[in-house]
Design a protein around this ligand. Structure first.
Ligand code: ADP
Ligand code: ASP
Ligand code: MG
Length: 432
């Protein structure tokens, strides 16, 4: 429908301070004649800071360790510091930022009445609201014409707070109604990643790191020409550079390979991002915001090439060994019930195995949700829980890499399926 629209996404690191905003401005100058939809996350680590505010606000008065107002003040100070460097002391964006932060103050002035996940979304979404206000104002300040769009008026979700499920029909309708009209007035449209709105106008979030997914949703609904995400790495690498020294950048990846990598937990792209792009055959460019002229990694519909081994490490893993109280076999009837409980508590199973008298699953530690699930399962089952583990997945494994990654570790659980090896391990230093 709009073959020339490109969707750009800038994550937290790319707008963490004033110099980073200026860098984004320089990247965008080269596209000043192209219709761009620009999706931004919250600045730097703002989302983590906002999560701490939610925790402080929601904890019982007698257990309160932190003051939510004090934490909010720190977030505001950082935003105002960046604003003063970019715009000086007097600019209309200050009033917009004040209005944005006041929304948090209104909520935390009263005692919490609503459910945790609902409050979370109303507070945490403010990070993206503030960053998108700042970026729009900054682009206009440097004479790049940009409109601000409220993503909650476009991305429609259900009311599963903290994990809103997208209503694709409504989102497509709203996106096609609103975005091309704005692009006919300004070349750029800036909007928020990570957030959506319900039919009743409540704010939802799409899950941590969800801004990549937001950009893909918009690219899909607009039949965009391409999507570009700017990160602090050169592109998609064969492993997380924070964990491994010798990683290589991959120039090209198929949609399928990218889906597999992100499904197993590669943190570079949110796992829900690729499928909508694949469905419309929209290329995804993963690039460095520090070297924006380098080609990065291009993800398209290619016939799979020979990939090097790619490693994904998921920390904070828990193994649950579930058996019946009377040591009878774990049957399909038990499994049906167990899967329902996992689904109800929104706990994703990373790996599983059924043996005669026990069913073992590997899940990621999510304190509150997991505690609730375990309490429910304990009514009917006997549980053995092993915490503090790692799940290592190697795509295109060979013996050498399996050997080197298992060194110094006890393998508790492993699986080999069509070129992918997964193992749940405990570091030797944790054992005696
Ligand atoms: P954003 O700023 O868009 O939110 P993220 O911080 O979520 O970006 O993602 C980029 C980070 O992902 C990198 O800094 C890197 O440490 C990490 N990462 C993990 N696995 C990979 C991988 N296979 N390739 C590239 N980066 C990876
Ligand atoms: N700001 C959100 C987060 O930190 C969304 C994102 O960055 O993609 O999770
Ligand atoms: Mg991210």
């Amino acid at each position: 429908m709009n073959p020339s629209i490109k969707v750009f996404k800038f994550g937290g690191a790319s707008i963490q301070d004033a110099a980073a905003f200026q860098n984004v401005g320089n990247i965008l100058k080269k596209y000043q004649n192209d219709p761009l939809v620009i999706v931004v996350s919250a600045m730097g680590k703002t989302t983590n800071a906002l999560e701490r505010i939610v925790k402080a606000y929601m904890s019982e008065q007698e257990h309160k360790k932190d003051d939510p107002f004090k934490l909010l003040e720190e977030v505001k100070q950082h935003h105002y510091l960046v604003t003063s460097i970019l715009f000086g002391e007097d600019h209309p964006v200050y009033a917009l930022l004040n209005d944005t932060f006041v929304e948090i103050e209104w909520i935390i002035e009263d005692e919490p009445q609503d459910e945790y996940d609902y409050i979370y979304d109303q507070l945490v979404s403010i990070g993206e609201m503030a960053a998108s206000r700042l970026l729009t104002a900054y682009l206009n300040h440097i004479k790049l014409s940009a409109s601000w769009l409220d993503a909650r008026d476009v991305i429609r979700t259900d009311d599963t707070f903290r994990e809103g499920r997208v209503d694709w029909d409504m989102t497509t309708k709203q996106s096609q109604q609103k975005i091309p009209a704005l692009l006919s007035k300004t070349n750029f449209v800036v909007t928020q990643g990570f957030i959506g709105g319900t039919q009743e106008n409540f704010t939802t979030t799409l899950g941590r790191e969800g801004s990549d997914f937001s950009a893909a949703i918009l690219a899909y609904t607009l039949d965009a020409d391409s999507m570009h995400i700017y990160k602090d790495v050169q592109g998609v690498l064969t492993g997380d550079p924070r964990l491994f020294k010798e990683v290589q950048k991959m120039d090209r990846l198929s949609y399928r390979e990218a889906i597999e990598m992100t499904y197993y937990g590669a943190k570079v792209i949110h796992p829900k991002t690729i499928k909508p792009l694949e469905n419309k055959n929209i290329p995804l460019h993963v690039k460095s915001f520090l070297q924006p002229d380098e080609p990065g990694t291009v993800i398209t519909k290619i016939v799979d090439v020979d990939y090097p081994p790619v490693v994904v490490v998921e920390p904070n893993q828990v193994l649950l060994h579930i058996s019946t109280r009377d040591f009878s076999f774990v049957t399909e009837r038990h499994l049906g019930y167990l899967f329902q409980q996992f689904d109800k508590n929104r706990i994703k199973i990373n790996m599983m195995q059924n043996m005669a008298i026990s069913f073992t699953v590997c899940v990621t530690e999510r304190s509150e949700r997991l505690a609730k699930l375990l309490a429910e399962l304990e009514i009917d089952f006997k549980l053995v829980v092993e915490r503090g583990l790692e799940l290592i997945t190697i795509r295109h494994y060979d013996d050498k890499i399996v050997k080197s990654l298992s060194e110094g570790k006890v393998i508790l659980f492993e699986e080999y399926i069509r070129g992918t090896m997964s193992m749940v391990v405990k570091n030797m230093s944790q054992t005696r």
